[in-house]
Design a protein around this ligand. Sequence first.
Ligand SMILES: [Zn+2]
Length: 184
Amino acid sequence: MDMTTSASVPTGPDAATVGGTVTDRLVDANQRYAAAFTDPGMDARPVLHVAVVACMDARLDLHAALGLELGDCHTIRNAGGVVTDDVIRSLTISQRKLGTRSIVLIHHTGCGLESLTEDFRNELEAEVGQRPAWAVESFRDVDQDVRQSMQRVRTSPFLLHTDDVRGFVFDVKTGLLREVDPAS
Ligand SMILES: [Zn+2]
């Protein structure tokens, strides 16, 4: 089956850079987007009162995969979809200032963090002479990683709503979400 997503673009060695840098290409696309854009008159509060925390993986098109429309949700993404202090910062603002109540966590199969270890920090230190303050947050068991993220959200003292927190693994081969049982 041909996997086609809204993120599909022409492929080939020069596809990303025809007519300039990749950023030039994005700016050109924005001009076409803006030409067809009409202000929907929304305010900043997400319509579905939900925040989605997900990995930055390029194969995960959150809006298409979850049937989300413009204005529906907050999306917070980083390498691994890890619940870091900065993700808690965004979730706290999302809940306390912008009215969200539910949190969805999405990790995925084939994540780049599975092939890293915390030794990455040592490699960086050896190369640049400075050890990063952040953890790599690498993992081996994606289900356990989702459970840990759910736990970090549920135990945060800053969040108003931790009763509707669910975690999933997105399969990059099938496009399906699989829910992770927080208790198992
Ligand atoms: Zn990933």
